[in-house]
Design a protein around this ligand. Structure first.
Ligand code: SAM
Ligand code: ZN
Length: 287
């Protein structure tokens, strides 16, 4: 059988999930038009890129994240760097969603898409996974490497999704927009937010921020904001260490915004790095 192109596959997946989408300009429903666009009755149209994603952002926004960063992030994810975290998330999802119904999952700020793919691979439950990110380079990398998800370049402040579309929003090491999350979550929906723990990439932080206040990181303000927006039903820490080959170390220093202003040539190689992440699970507050 002939293999569908990435664009045709994306058109097919979007056609099967049309009830989830709305036009980000006029908020009407959208259709897939001739396998090449997503569009609404008011003629707002968004092209399907040949790589298999749709960009619904009106004006391109420059982010600090470039293609090199997302490719490095992809290599790090593929090495299993975040697998203990993703395994724990998938166990929690299986435990918290027990109806057996198909789950609709949005990865908000999905970057290069590996986390969503890893979760979809782990879950036994039927699920539809959508990733959205403002960085076109992230979504291009996601669509290139991951065939399972549906990928959008979009802004978390105005997503192309209908009210009450998702059972689960994942928000991993990314900014959030809780008003928008609550709009698109189903009433019984959950948000799983991952924030860095105090010792996340500590060995790298120590080199970059030696002696400055930034060498120590507190996530308390982020957790407080999450608790204002959702009813916190679970909070737990995942902590482990990862051995780094020279190759992985080189990917690691390219994949994190921490090193954005650092002179990478002055960094000393690290062979064991700490990954500490906090999992926050919030239930939508229904007014
Ligand atoms: C540190 S990266 C994390 C990406 C991914 N979740 C991961 O863990 O690999 C933060 C991501 O948030 C995205 N982002 C920042 N502001 C955004 C916005 N307003 N809407 C959508 N994505 C946004 C960035 O483009 C970037 O991909
Ligand atoms: Zn429209």
């Amino acid at each position: 059988m002939m293999k569908l192109s990435k664009k045709a596959m994306a058109a097919k997946r979007m056609s099967e999930t049309l009830h989830l989408y709305r036009c980000p300009i006029c908020y009407k429903g959208m259709n897939v038009i001739e396998d090449r666009q997503l569009g609404c009755v008011n003629n707002h149209q968004f092209d399907l890129a040949k790589q298999g994603y749709v960009n619904v952002v009106q004006q391109a926004k420059k982010t600090v994240y470039d293609l090199g960063l997302f490719e490095a992030r992809n290599q790090i994810c593929r090495s299993g760097f975040y697998t203990p975290l993703m395994n724990r998330i998938s166990m929690l999802v299986e435990e918290l969603f027990t109806t057996g119904d198909e789950l609709t999952i949005l990865d908000a700020g999905c970057g290069e898409g590996s986390h969503l793919t890893e979760l979809l691979d782990c879950l036994e439950q039927e699920s539809v996974g959508i990733g959205v990110d403002l960085a076109k380079e992230g979504i291009q990398t996601a669509a290139k490497h991951n065939d399972q998800g549906i990928w959008f370049v979009g802004d978390l402040a105005n997503t192309p999704f209908n009210n009450q579309s998702f059972d689960l929003i994942l928000n991993i090491l990314s900014p959030s927009n809780y008003a928008e999350f609550n709009r698109i979550l189903k009433d019984q929906g959950l948000t799983i937010k991952i924030v860095p723990g105090a010792n996340y990439l500590q060995e790298l932080r120590e080199q970059i921020y030696q002696g400055t206040e930034q060498a120590e990181y507190s996530n308390q303000a982020t957790i407080d904001r999450f608790e204002e927006a959702f009813t916190l039903i679970r909070r737990e820490d995942v902590k482990y260490q990862v051995e780094l080959s020279t190759e992985l170390f080189n990917h690691l220093i390219k994949m994190t915004p921490l090193t954005q202003d650092a002179d990478l040539t002055r960094l000393k190689p690290i062979d064991l790095i700490t990954v500490e992440l906090e999992i926050l699970i919030g239930m939508k507050k229904v007014m």
